[in-house]
Design a protein. Structure first.
Ligand SMILES: NC(=O)c1ccc[n+]([C@@H]2O[C@H](COP(=O)([O-])OP(=O)(O)OC[C@H]3O[C@@H](n4cnc5c(N)ncnc54)[C@H](O)[C@@H]3O)[C@@H](O)[C@H]2O)c1
Length: 408
């Protein structure tokens, strides 16, 4: 970007994303960047925002190829590859001049076979760390998850330091366990020569989300979704641009003696949540989206008591094991959909200088509008529902699982 030229803007970005990109208050980014998981929901926007902020070469590395409408900008290279394949990772990180690796690639969500989480999330991260060190790369920013610290107890406004320390004696699911193992590798690798930090969002939402909102909306469309428990649990959300902003500025916090070295931070929409709090009432905000799609309000239906859901989830888990299928209703999902899950993000504010760049109200409203214009018209006559998985999610899962089988 020369002189006063306006920054390039990703064609798929929304008015709010463009306004945030043009606000021009961001520190510089490295010229050569690598983003693993670069065709994922977060990774795609991270690639775009790095280019929007002035990176001259951003290499995306993902097992899922870029979609046809991916941004074909000369500063972006969309590379298809598997992080469980050490030679492919080594080839990637041998690119000259890489200043920072943002390691986002992961088997995400509760729907994969158990072995895949370990291979992708844990071993894949080891591959990235070992290769980055071999090639003399100095900085790694890791996408972690707050679920690494979940025990099933409410998390009602805790800071990172007030949450349980890793490793936990027991994890709630394989995803959380393998992300925790990966994060420990990342923190353990941090030294004077190789600087690392882990940044986690909570419940990412935004335009082009392929997992969280489409799954719930498909279930709402099928008529099967109900409010779980009393429906008053407090949760925090993170706009995809806020998360990517947190990941990008975390790189700036990697310098000798920085308080951020080897640490874990959570970023969310912070105090832009309703009423200046750092949370929202999950089922009420979800219902705004459900009604905006023209579906029946969740509050007009019978709510499902938590105890009943836990019994059903136990039955589903047994059936799933016997039939060899993945069911959406499981004990983990019932727990996370009924517990309080929100954080005080003052550590990220203090150490990383993090502040949301898109406020919750505008961000959620625009996301709902995006789904009304882009998701709703494409709805196929399927499936979804409380016991199934959204079609688009399943297609993506299949590519990830197939690729991992090839490497094994
Ligand atoms: N979305 C959230 O709410 C959330 C919450 C906490 C943490 N995170 C973390 O943020 C990161 C991005 O998540 P997301 O929501 O964009 O999920 P996503 O599934 O959209 O993105 C993950 C990407 O990793 C890629 N990937 C999977 N296996 C791979 C492999 N073997 N080799 C190369 N690429 C592979 C996938 O194809 C996908 O594009 C993840 O590390 C996730 O753990 C996300």
């Amino acid at each position: 970007m020369a002189g006063d030229d306006p920054p390039p803007l990703a064609p798929a970005s929304t008015p709010l994303q463009r306004a945030a990109a043009l606000s021009g208050r961001y520190p510089p980014v490295p010229d050569v960047c690598v983003v693993t998981g670069g065709t994922g929901f977060v990774g795609t926007r991270l690639v775009e925002m790095l280019v929007e902020r002035g990176a001259t070469r951003v290499v995306s590395f993902d097992v899922v190829p870029p979609p046809d409408d991916a941004w074909r900008h000369p500063n972006i290279e969309w590379r298809v590859g598997d992080i469980t394949d050490p030679s492919a990772v080594d080839d990637l990180l041998s690119i000259a001049g890489i200043k920072c690796v943002w390691h986002n690639a992961a088997a995400v969500g509760p729907f994969h076979p158990k072995s895949l989480y370990a291979m992708v999330n844990h071993q894949g991260t080891i591959n990235v760390i070992e290769s980055a060190r071999r090639h003399g790369i100095k900085k790694l920013v890791f996408s972690s998850s707050p679920s690494t610290r979940f025990t099933g107890e409410d998390v009602d406004g805790l800071t990172e330091d007030e949450m349980p320390k890793l490793p936990l004696g027991k994890y709630m699911q394989a995803y959380a366990e393998t992300k925790a193992m990966a994060e420990m590798e990342v923190s353990g690798a941090c030294d004077g020569d190789f600087m690392t930090v882990s940044v986690a969002p909570h419940q990412v939402y935004g335009p082009r989300d392929n997992l969280f909102l489409p799954n719930l909306l498909e279930a709402a469309k099928s008529g099967k979704l109900r409010v779980f428990g009393d429906g008053e649990n407090r949760i925090c959300f993170t706009h995809v641009d806020n998360y990517c902003h947190g990941l990008i500025i975390a790189e700036r916090a990697l310098y000798p003696e920085s308080p951020a070295l080897g640490r874990f931070y959570i970023v969310t929409d912070g105090k832009t949540h309703p009423n200046g709090e750092q949370y929202l009432i999950f089922w009420r905000e979800l219902d705004v989206a459900v009604r905006a799609m023209g579906f029946v309000s969740l509050w007009d239906k019978v709510r499902l008591p938590r105890g009943l859901l836990m019994c059903l989830a136990s039955i589903c888990e047994v059936l799933g094991r016997i039939l060899g299928i993945t069911m959406k209703l499981n004990k983990f999902n019932v727990t996370v959909l009924t517990m309080h899950r929100w954080f005080d993000i003052k550590a990220a504010e203090e150490d990383l200088g993090f502040k949301p760049i898109i406020g919750y109200r505008e961000g959620w409203d625009e996301t709902i509008e995006w789904f009304r214009s882009n998701w709703l018209p494409k709805q196929r006559t399927n499936s979804g529902g409380i016991l199934g998985i959204a079609t688009a999610t399943q297609e993506k899962i299949d590519i990830q699982d197939m690729s991992a089988k090839k490497v094994r």
